[in-house]
Design a binder for this molecule. Structure first.
Ligand code: TRP
Length: 326
């Protein structure tokens, strides 16, 4: 059986945090073994929330270094920066004309972002159309995303079906692959870990910053000499991410043992996180010191991506009649 073609992207609106790691990046690295993986850095999408050019440049390279250090292998998968294939914006336009206003108006993500204070621009509103172009331009069969992105993939299916029924069969209609655990990843304040809530722990921050973040994880006011709750504990939830099943059981026991202080647990967690990413951190630092090499990898990735994308774009251009000389 030929492996399925999987595609997913990460917005470069910030630097990658452990929520991104457990929600998306680690999964991508694993998928390389079983699928034909397309993985890209969505910097056009990041423009909907980042308005500082230097910041966007920095985020893009940082995310590339992080991803490579965490195990994305450019030999096994196609790894590129979205804007190195500006043709995706042309496909966005073609898709825009089969995208109903009503479909976009129903977007939860748009409404959420506006309610959080992100400016309601046309870019933010048409975000799902660009995302559809990302997916459809590569004939992606499966799109692994977090729960919050499920609706975007459903919109992509609608848009693909609408295009196919209007112009003839052109695009693969993709399936979402939802990681159910992803939505539960809490930040240090107990809400979903997200850059826009300012509650993240970066994967590769320095140790002092890591310690500071971990010390800020919210806890309840159970006294030291009482057993502590694990079910609703943000500290327990974050800590468990880094443990195997048997170690998780031990952690439950520690929480339940009177005398364990949250301070002591947090101190240990700093070490656990620090050691968890130690091998990758070394590689990450090497990459960050050799950005020419990273850029070369990204450009080669863009070439590979282009060779797959162009036939899809060409078919779409022909289907709608832009090839007027024929
Ligand atoms: N919207 C996705 C997110 O915020 C990022 C993204 C952009 C994406 N284009 C995509 C994900 C295409 C999957 C497929 O996480």
């Amino acid at each position: 059986m030929t492996p399925k073609r999987l595609l997913s992207g990460i917005q470069t609106s910030g630097t990658p945090h452990i929520g991104n790691y457990f929600g998306m990046m680690q999964r991508m690295v694993d998928f390389q073994e079983t699928s034909e993986l397309f993985c890209f850095l969505a910097n056009y999408h990041a423009l909907t929330s980042v308005s500082d050019g230097d910041q966007l440049r920095k985020n893009t390279l940082t995310t590339a270094c992080d991803f490579l250090a965490l195990g994305i292998d450019p030999e096994k998968s196609v790894f590129w920066v979205q804007s190195d294939l500006p043709e995706v914006t042309e496909l966005t336009w073609l898709l825009s004309n089969v995208t109903g206003m009503g479909l976009l108006e129903r977007s939860h993500s748009y409404k959420d972002k506006v309610s959080k204070g992100i400016t309601a621009t046309h870019g933010l509103f048409s975000y799902p159309v660009l995302m559809s172009a990302d997916i459809l331009m590569f004939g992606s069969q499966v799109v692994p995303v977090g729960k919050d992105q499920k609706q975007h993939v459903e919109m992509t299916r609608d848009i693909a079906q609408r295009f196919n029924s209007t112009y003839g069969n052109t695009f693969v209609v993709p399936e979402p692959l939802i990681e159910t655990a992803t939505g539960l990843l809490p930040g240090i304040d107990g809400q979903k870990m997200s850059k826009s809530y300012n509650n993240t722990i970066d994967i590769f921050c320095d140790k002092a910053t890591l310690a500071k973040k971990v010390m800020c994880i919210v806890t309840d006011s159970t006294p030291v000499d009482q057993p502590k709750d694990t079910e609703n504990s943000t500290l327990f939830a974050i800590y468990s991410l880094f443990l195997e099943a048997d170690q998780q059981k031990e952690l439950v026991t520690r929480f339940q043992t009177p005398g364990t202080s949250y301070g002591a647990l947090k101190k240990d967690l700093v070490e656990v996180i620090w050691n968890y990413f130690a091998p990758q951190r070394e590689l990450r630092n090497e990459l960050a010191n050799n950005t020419d090499h990273v850029i070369k990898i990204l450009k080669q990735g863009a070439d590979k991506a282009r060779s797959v994308a162009m036939p899809y774009l060409e078919r779409a251009r022909n289907a709608v009649g832009l090839n007027y000389t024929r």
